[in-house]
Design a protein around this ligand. Sequence first.
Ligand code: FAD
Ligand code: DLZ
Ligand code: SF4
Length: 517
Amino acid sequence: RPILVPILGDQLSRSLSSLDGLSPGDATILMMEVWDEATYVKHHKQKIVLIFAAMRHFAAELRAEGWQVDYVALDDPANTGSFTGEVASAVERRAPSELRVTEASEWRVSQAIAEWEGRLPCPVSILPDTRFIATHADFRQFADGRKHLTMEYFYRDMRRKTGLLMRDDGKPEGDQWNLDADNREPPKGEMKAPPAPKFEPDDITRDVIDLVGQRFSGHFGDLEPFGWPVTRAEALKAAEAFFAQRLNLFGPYQDAMVHGKDDLYHSMLSTSLNIGLLDPIELCERAEAEYRKGNAPLNSVEGFIRQIIGWREYVRGFYWYTMPGLAEANELAANRPLPEFFWTGDTDMRCLSDCIRTTREDAHAHHIQRLMVLGNFCLIAGISPREVQDWYLAVYADAFEWVELPNVAGMVLYADGGKLATKPYAASGNYINKMSDYCGKCRYKVSHKTGPDACPFNPLYWHFMDRNRERLESNHRIGRIFATWDRMGEAKQAEYLESAEKFLDSLVPAGEGWARN
Ligand code: FAD
Ligand code: DLZ
Ligand code: SF4
């Protein structure tokens, strides 16, 4: 009797551990489009298209190689709507000798899989996800006994483990581990990078677009134009375009923001990486080869490699190390509801409105937009972590809880009390003005500190500092800011606080039904 191998929507890799050593005759593959996963938050329409279309293409490729694939489509009349229900039906149908699955990337799903063993009449094996570089044990070894889990030291371990950008004498290429200081250029001139390629939907993807248009019309985001890579071949083309056209300037302009220019020099590869169409090591090796050939400078290549074997691996380790507590953490006791404009884009704040526009149009925004505009706003306005988490999880096509939650709760909101980031990344309008062209045409004045025309980030910044003083004053990276606040004197402080309060009172809460049914 064959082995049953369920493959989840973010496991679309031929190198998957559950397929290792198997030939088509040994196994039946089970793939499931299920209502529970499509609606546990109301994902952006393009995210659902991406996952279903990539799953259908992957199933077709496996079949073409001779594998038996049981594919449960969303509209199949017998679809039970959950992984557990579908696995139980498939076991009944196939009576397999064993069920073999690669561990889920997310807590919610891994909890469900852990129960299969007791429920199913066949043995269940759960294998590690070897597509990540750091094992859970690697991360535990790094983290146990540390107060702050500084990414930099973990990253150096990953450089040593992979040998990427390492010299034979064990030292880092260029004698520096991290060239981030060279990577903070504000936008300059025309920023001529060609945008990432978009892929014309084929018949399989068109069917999914129709399905999502019919069944998920109430979800946030534009359904079309849809151009994300949905096969490995397309993802490889997207990667090649990045290496040829954008890697070169990826480093210097990583933190730059330009109104209406959404990709800049970013790779736009996170969706392909996260669902398994691309492998992190293959991308890093390819980037290193560009450096060795003299096609791209070290600060760009190191910067790109650090995002992948540093940040991406680190947040995955951090997630499993801190769950389930991370999802509930709220160190700063923030409880303001998410403003409605996060869903409608209807705000006069030009930076936020542009970041929400690209989110709606493309199910994507680049890192510094997520961190320093959208995230910074949520931090200093004191929005409830639960509501912010749901928003990020719903709106980005690359959002899976293992990567979204550490970024939101840890990096953005300081909800974990500083385990991930050593200080909150709070910033006033000055930072956004320096790193973008947003402020010039904004209805607010970034140079006004208080009053009706002041950029709201300015008074909110001091409101945040003042209301969290007790928690933050002893932090050596931020404590000194309170001396500046004290020097302002009571009248100026009152002006800041009053401006902030007025702005906060004007926010319209989003209400129910946007993120969850
Ligand atoms: P590039 O700028 O080209 O970077 C290259 C790759 O590095 C990315 O594809 C990604 O795989 C990796 N990477 C870069 N930064 C991070 C990071 N902070 N954490 C993990 N991986 C990183 N990324 C997701 O994949 N899914 C998410 O749900 C997600 N949520 C985020 C939420 C917030 C609040 C913040 C601040 C960041 C979040 N990120 C998330 C990280 C980052 O913003 C995206 O990975 C990136 O914007 C994707 O675009 P890109 O592929 O062009 O990235
Ligand atoms: C995000 C998502 C969606 C929208 N739909 C499905 C689905 O129908 N079937 C599936 O296998 N996976 C889906 N996913 C991804 C899962 O929610 C989840 O992220 C992965 O199973 C990893 O835990
Ligand atoms: Fe954003 Fe303030 Fe600049 Fe307007 S002035 S774009 S609100 S930072």
